[in-house]
Design a protein around this ligand. Structure first.
Ligand SMILES: Cc1cc2nc3c(=O)[nH]c(=O)nc-3n(C[C@H](O)[C@H](O)[C@H](O)COP(=O)(O)O)c2cc1C
Length: 241
């Protein structure tokens, strides 16, 4: 299995990236993953979204060919576990992280992370992690992932507490891989239902409406039903591990 990690920091060395690396090492030690690709905002070129919304017309961002986003998106698609981590900047995600997330705007309608397990990481000096954890969880859920857990640290978090959060997260990741989403998630259900209503509107046309038709997404009233139909095979495969 493969892990993709992104630390939304322009700073070197990065506390956020360090935590993602620790989680990756533990997952490797436990035999859950054999490959990990971890990127830092400081090492990749991610242009700010220009707001043209051409991605709504074709499913792809026209900037992807000109910076590192195409590679980053492909790495995510070929991974089983996706980790989004951000330092806390004024009680929110960093600008680097927000830039990165904005480039996925069309994925909010495409469920590209269905069947994948996700983890969020937030790192602060002292406080504000809760807002970052919540936002990163929301983004990953909307893209279809099963958010197994969150690691939340500040400058005062003792090494044993960090280790304990990492071990707990590792167990949650293993559980997610074997059992998938077992309970409907309110946020995921509400978002799916609202998008479905828009897509089913008689006037809805274009790439997104076609995509929902092609993938039979609109056939399902609930995200959980779509998820179950999609992930049955993937989960059966995972159970062999
Ligand atoms: C612009 C800016 C805003 C910040 N805002 C907060 C904050 O609201 N709360 C906090 O506890 N730390 C805040 N910090 C501190 C960072 O969250 C902290 O240094 C974090 O560990 C950096 O992670 P990194 O090393 O991965 O970049 C801020 C730092 C910067 C540069």
């Amino acid at each position: 299995m493969k892990l993709f990690g992104f630390a939304g920091t322009a700073h070197k060395p990065s506390y956020t990236a360090n935590i993602i690396e620790k989680l990756s090492d533990e997952l490797k030690r436990e035999g859950v993953i054999d490959t990990a690709v971890i990127f830092k905002g400081s090492d990749v070129d991610v242009t700010m979204c220009k707001g043209c919304l051409s991605c709504y017309q074709c499913g792809n961002c026209i900037l992807d060919a000109h910076d590192d986003m195409s590679r980053l998106k492909n790495e995510i698609l070929s991974s089983d576990i996706v980790v989004f981590g951000s330092p806390v900047y004024v009680h929110d995600v960093s600008g680097t992280m927000k830039n990165f997330i904005d480039r996925f705007v069309v994925w909010m309608y495409l469920y590209r992370l269905v069947g994948k397990t996700a983890v969020t990481v937030s790192a602060s000096a002292s406080n504000g992690n809760i807002f970052v954890d919540k936002y990163l969880q929301k983004v990953l859920k909307i893209m279809g992932a099963n958010v197994a857990g969150s690691i939340s640290v500040n400058m005062f978090t003792r090494p044993e507490e960090i280790d304990s959060q990492i071990r707990k997260c590792c167990d949650a990741v293993k559980n997610s891989i074997v059992n998938g989403i077992t309970e409907p998630d309110m946020l995921q259900e509400e978002y799916f239902s609202a998008t479905r209503q828009t897509i089913l509107h008689p006037l809805a046309k274009g790439y997104l409406a076609d995509y929902w038709k092609e993938k039979d997404l609109a056939e399902y009233e609930k995200y959980m039903d779509y998820y179950n139909s999609y992930s049955k095979t993937a989960i059966q495969e995972a159970k062999k591990w």
